[in-house]
Design a protein around this ligand. Structure first.
Ligand code: FAD
Length: 385
């Protein structure tokens, strides 16, 4: 049971967003606030791997497991090694991240962890109450990464694609991989009218994480993901002889449905539940860090932690909707869209765009590099639906 009846902050859900926010709070002058983090799981499994790109070392640099300055892109009619500098493509393992933040938090006596199921978060006139399987706790502010179970049904008038993937960490008995170079996207696999690709992230000469990824409406059976991985390794890597050390399966929503950024005056939604996931790519980890930084900055300034609205920045939501529309309605093969993007633009421009940091001229160049008709149709659908 928690020690207090009321906390300054309750973090509901201790995954990527909850633990990132906790980390940012503990690095700030707010580090002495009383904080309760509630999760139904103990978060002691390596349940996912986060990859992201960035230019400079980040606050989690110590736990970056591997990083690459070069990545390959492949499709049926285009192959290129992309030099990412000044960016690096980085990988953090879930378990390293959980342990890193949990051990920092243990140094702070006013931070408590509670393993419990959260049933409801209720806003009150002053603060909020969190109802859990072991009782109720009160707080000034709740930061919740708990997703609505009916999320997909609520997206009725929006695109809602699933990014689903199965990955294996495989090991070879002889040196096989080049750990200096990863494969970012390999579209040479059969597309079956979806968007399907494989990525390969070698961590040493013997070991790599290889993931078969789809952007589509339906999940596959387990055997289909596995057969695709076996086929890829055989056909494109000429590799039959390996052991599977670890498995990963994940589903990330890709939707232009606006997630409620708050669930009340005193409850702020964070992570995927707060709409932080990039709709057109599923990348979330870097955006979670930026979002956590913003929340802490506003709290420090004595302002409300709610996100301010930025109308000009909203254009990226339109771009995301257009790409989702092109993929969801199959207006043009996604493999060709990504091929044109990487054939006609330096990877730095593509990354900057996906980071939502490009200027309008760079966005025009990107728009000019993809097939016009399907994107014009996608744009009119995004603007006038
Ligand atoms: C396998 C996988 C790989 C991914 N890889 C990448 C990647 O490479 N790069 C990237 O940028 N993004 C990636 N993502 C997307 C995104 O970064 C992750 O999903 C990220 O974990 C989202 O953070 P979150 O805090 O919103 O959700 P989570 O990390 O899932 O955290 C939510 C937490 O809430 C807890 N919870 C849920 N319901 C309750 C309840 N009722 N009571 C108590 N606790 C509850 C859960 O146990 C969980 O710990 C990946 C996602 C998955 C699933």
């Amino acid at each position: 049971m928690p020690t207090f009846l009321k906390y300054d902050y309750i973090i509901a859900g201790g995954g990527a967003a909850g633990l990132s926010l906790l980390y940012h709070l503990l690095q700030s002058p707010l580090k002495d606030k009383s904080i309760l983090l509630i999760d139904k799981e103990s978060k002691n499994q390596n349940d996912r791997t986060w990859c992201f790109w960035e230019k400079s070392p980040n606050i989690f640099e110590d736990i970056v497991y591997r990083q690459w300055k070069q990545v390959d892109f492949h499709s049926s009619n285009f192959s290129k090694t992309l030099n990412l500098s000044p960016y690096s493509y980085k990988m953090i393992r879930g378990i390293d991240f959980y342990q890193h933040v949990q051990s920092l938090a243990r140094e702070h006596s006013h931070v408590e962890f509670l393993q419990a199921d959260i049933y409801e978060i209720e806003d009150q006139s002053e603060g909020a109450v969190v109802k859990t399987s072991v009782g109720e706790v009160h707080t000034n502010w709740v930061f919740s990464s708990i997703r609505d179970k009916n999320e997909q049904e609520q997206a009725q008038n929006h695109h809602y694609l699933l990014q689903h993937f199965k990955g294996w960490v495989i090991k070879t008995s002889y040196p096989f991989f080049n750990p200096q170079k990863a494969t970012l996207m390999d579209f040479r696999v059969a597309q079956h009218d979806d968007c399907r690709f494989v990525y390969v992230l070698p961590t040493d000469e013997h070991t790599a994480l290889i993931e078969y990824t789809l952007f589509s409406h339906e999940l596959l059976s387990e055997e289909m993901y596995e057969q695709a991985l076996i086929d890829y390794l055989r056909r494109f890597c000429q590799l039959d002889d390996y052991t599977i050390e670890h498995e990963e399966f994940g589903v990330i929503p890709m939707t232009n449905m606006p997630y409620p950024s708050s669930a009340g005056k005193f409850t702020i939604n964070i992570g995927t539940a707060g709409g932080v996931t990039k709709p057109s790519t599923g990348y979330t980890f870097t955006r979670i860090q930026q979002d956590s930084e913003g929340i802490v900055k506003r709290l420090r300034a004595g302002r409300s932690p709610h996100r301010p609205h930025d109308a000009w920045q909203q254009r990226f939501m339109v771009y995301d909707s257009v790409l989702l529309d092109v993929m969801a309605r199959n207006r043009h093969p996604a493999s060709d869209v990504f091929t044109q993007l990487f054939r006609n633009n330096p990877p730095q421009r593509v990354f900057k765009f996906l980071d939502e940091k490009t200027n309008f001229w760079e966005e025009i160049k990107l728009a000019n590099s993809v097939p016009k008709i399907p994107f014009i149709k996608g744009l009119s659908s995004a603007l006038f639906k």
